[in-house]
Design a protein around this ligand. Structure first.
Ligand code: MN
Length: 756
């Protein structure tokens, strides 16, 4: 062994020991029982298991499990069982040790958690679309066993996101996309607010590096101004709170770059137009536990004597916590400078819950047990019910679950005054299914606040809802269109599917009889011919339509079957025979994909020539040079370019991560692309003239389409023109903004997109 190698080894040793010592120190600071011995044992075991292995970044592998354990301990507030499981989380996956080995050494609990983590490893999603949804299902099922599995999985993902820089760009999109699609909502649902925000910000940073930097620097530039607003606004509040004698601290909450960007996108506004970048948080220690809620409201009353509160913006999550456990009182006050500022009032306990989620609940429980999960276990129960209903398509299932992850909540009342938490935008039908499947499947209408409404009626917070039923009512296929909750959708689909089954059976009997009469076998070939003749896609559809009586087999069908198969038919037969199995089809496609000569390690250059010949610019988001984009290899081996924030691309990122490639614009000024611009302003004489003058004369761009609508002195306009790239669009927008009386100029995706 050379000296140099020895030093490298020694340096590694020191790095590892320091990292572990730091983990132990932080653990000892926590309120958990001090089980240093088993943690040290888990560390030593994992260390020798991963010995000699390095991460892509070059650092010793064991630093990753240590970092994950540290997140579980410090940032989620978990105890020794979770810390050990985090230290061991990659051992079964990456080394020869088995779950049994872990069980023998560390007992059944840790082994069970490590097993859960191993089952869902490799990203929530494997390489194939259906397998991805399957894995997600697995993940949710393990959540039911032990919520710590998912908490550690989130810690694992957080560390991977923090170290994403050393991955291939094409991998980065997959991981960042998955994180935004699944992990951030999951973290949010579990109340891990700070982690959710960091996951979103990291995804954003990798998908839109330029925009991220730009927002960061704008935040920096406006920092001093916010500080002075904060100091001035909070001074009288402090004075008042001092008088009340409640111990407190006041902090400034700055909106994260991702939420700022999200708002800019959603509302088509500029950074400067976002008014709520700064919010004020009052965190107090109640004098005793019983006074906690009273103190919240007392503080609210006290500060609304200083500043006028906004009448519509009091949010009381103190009396009715959010489903993820969040508790606080939000109020928006008018500052002396005429600016609305949101103030969030919470106790120290509520603050811990807001940042650490359910793990913090356990901290405040005497035994440190996990009994009091209230809303969380209710949610897990809903998920379990959805899992119990077989879903026709795994990807549908993923979307169904996502509905539940994203939902924010409203409160509605039963006729007896019982309060129910429902997702925002839910309908009377959703409400019926949330109470009971029978109620849902037999409902004919509803009374909301004693007024008769259809089932599709959207509920508002505070509504009192009575469901009207009829025994003869049956689930209607159209209901799927106005069910919005995962539970209602899943139930409706399951019931419809069950009913279809009965009719399909009837159809099958008809088919069997038909073949018997003809004296022909009911072979795949013959069934394929019938399907083709009757223009239905699958065997299931054929039997369903037969059962329903929508199709009646006759002489022409018999004649069709008596013909000899031709070679072209033969080819179709093959594809039909396999067509029923979606997964199989997918696999076949993937194998052919691998033969394609695309080096995913390279960043593909989007030259003018390539764009015209080999690439497709996605129709959904219409990217132009300068937009942050990625490439997706479609079923026909073509490369489709999407904007990275395109909703379709988000789906692709999670579902077909291995088909993504990194691409880079290199068009120069050779090609032109259509873009749409939206304008709004005061309708003064001559505005239109100035508008066209700026565009066609000053900027020398051709207008392709233009509409102007004017209403009560306000005009709105949409313009389609051809540009080379995003720089052109920005120049045009900036010049248009300079025209007097034009108040708003923004790029929109499609010509008829609503801009607000
Ligand atoms: Mn890991």
């Amino acid at each position: 062994m050379t000296d140099e190698k020895l030093t490298q080894e020694q340096a590694d040793e020191k790095l590892i020991n320091d990292a572990f010592q730091e983990l132990l120190d932080r653990y000892l600071e926590s309120k958990h029982r001090k089980k240093v011995e088993i943690i040290t044992k888990a560390f030593n075991f994992a260390r020798q298991a991963h010995k000699g292995v390095r991460r892509r970044s070059g650092e010793p592998y064991i630093l990753h499990p240590i970092a994950v354990a540290r997140i579980a301990c410090v940032e989620i507030g978990l105890g020794s069982t979770s810390i050990c499981s985090a230290l061991l989380h990659d051992v079964v996956e990456d080394t020869d040790y088995t779950v049994e080995d872990i069980e023998n050494l560390f007992g059944p609990k840790i082994a069970q958690i490590v097993d859960g983590l191993t089952k869902i490893s490799g990203g929530i999603f494997g390489d194939r679309a259906s397998a991805q949804a399957e894995n997600f299902k697995k993940l949710l099922l393990t959540m039911n066993d032990d919520i710590r599995v998912i908490l550690i999985k989130i810690a694992d993902r957080l560390h991977n996101m923090r170290t994403l820089g050393s991955m291939l760009p094409s991998k980065q999109y997959k991981i960042a996309g998955e994180t935004l699609y699944i992990y951030a909502p999951l973290a949010n649902r579990l109340g891990l607010n700070r982690i959710k925000t960091e996951l979103e910000d990291l995804s954003f940073k990798y998908e839109h590096p330029e925009t991220y930097k730009e927002i960061q620097s704008k935040l920096q530039a406006t920092q001093a101004e916010r500080e002075s607003v904060f100091a001035e606004f909070t001074a009288p509040i402090r004075e008042q709170l001092d008088k009340m004698g409640i111990p407190y601290r006041i902090i400034a909450r700055i909106k994260s770059p991702y939420s700022i960007w999200n708002k800019m996108q959603a509302k088509h506004i500029t950074f400067e137009e976002i008014y709520d970048i700064l919010a004020v948080r009052i965190i107090f220690s109640p004098r005793n536990e019983e006074e906690e809620l009273n103190d919240c409201f007392n503080i609210y009353v006290a500060i609304s004597r200083i500043y006028k509160p906004h009448p519509d913006r009091l949010r009381d999550w103190v009396s009715h916590p959010k489903a993820n456990g969040y508790q606080a009182l939000h109020v928006t006050l008018m500052s002396n400078k005429g600016q609305w500022i949101e103030v969030q009032i919470r106790s120290e306990r509520m603050n811990d819950v807001a940042e650490q989620g359910f793990a913090a609940h356990w901290k405040y429980k005497a035994g440190g047990g996990s009994e009091d999960e209230g809303e969380l276990s209710k949610w897990l129960k809903t998920i379990k019910e959805i899992l119990d209903d077989p879903q026709p398509d795994a990807l549908d299932f993923l979307d169904t679950i996502k509905l539940n992850l994203f939902a924010s909540e409203i409160f509605v009342f039963t006729p007896k005054g019982e309060i129910k938490t429902m997702p925002q935008n839910c309908t009377a039908l959703d409400f019926a299914f949330s109470i009971h499947t029978f109620l849902g499947s037999h409902c004919i209408g509803a009374k909301v606040n004693h007024k008769l409404v259809p089932l599709s009626h959207k509920l508002q917070s505070g509504d009192q809802v009575e469901i009207l039923t009829s025994k003869s009512q049956k689930v209607q296929p159209s209901w799927i269109n106005y069910a919005t909750t995962a539970k209602a959708k899943a139930k409706i689909q399951a019931i419809l599917k069950r009913e279809n089954k009965e009719q399909q059976q009837k159809g099958e009997e008809i088919l069997v009889q038909f073949f018997q009469e003809l004296g022909l076998p009911s072979s795949d070939e013959n069934i394929r011919k019938l399907c083709e003749k009757r223009q239905v896609k699958t065997y299931d559809e054929l039997t369903l339509r037969l059962g329903q009586g929508a199709i009646t087999l006759d002489e022409t069908d018999k004649n069709e079957l008596k013909e000899k198969p031709t070679p072209t038919n033969w080819k179709k037969y093959i594809s039909f025979a396999f067509g029923g199995n979606k997964q199989k089809q997918q696999e076949n496609k993937n194998t052919s994909q691998q033969k394609l000569n695309i080096d995913k390690k390279e960043v593909l250059k989007l030259t003018p020539d390539a764009i015209q010949k080999n690439y497709i610019l996605a129709d959904c988001c219409k990217p132009i040079p300068g937009d942050d984009v990625l490439g997706y290899i479609d079923d026909n081996n073509r490369i489709v370019i999407h904007k990275r924030q395109c909703p379709i691309a988000s789906q692709l990122k999670t579902s077909f991560g291995n088909r993504l490639i990194a691409v880079q614009w290199q068009t120069g000024k050779a090609l032109v692309f259509p873009v749409n611009i939206y304008l709004k302003g005061l309708d003064e004489i001559g505005v239109l003239n100035k508008l066209t003058e700026v565009i066609s004369q000053q900027l020398n761009v051709n207008i392709h389409k233009l509409i102007i609508e004017s209403d009560e002195g306000i005009f709105e306009s949409r313009i389609q023109l051809y540009v080379h790239d995003v720089d052109d669009v920005n120049t045009i927008c900036n010049n248009l903004k300079k025209i007097e009386n034009i108040k708003k100029v923004t790029r929109i995706e499609s010509f008829d997109d609503p801009a607000e």
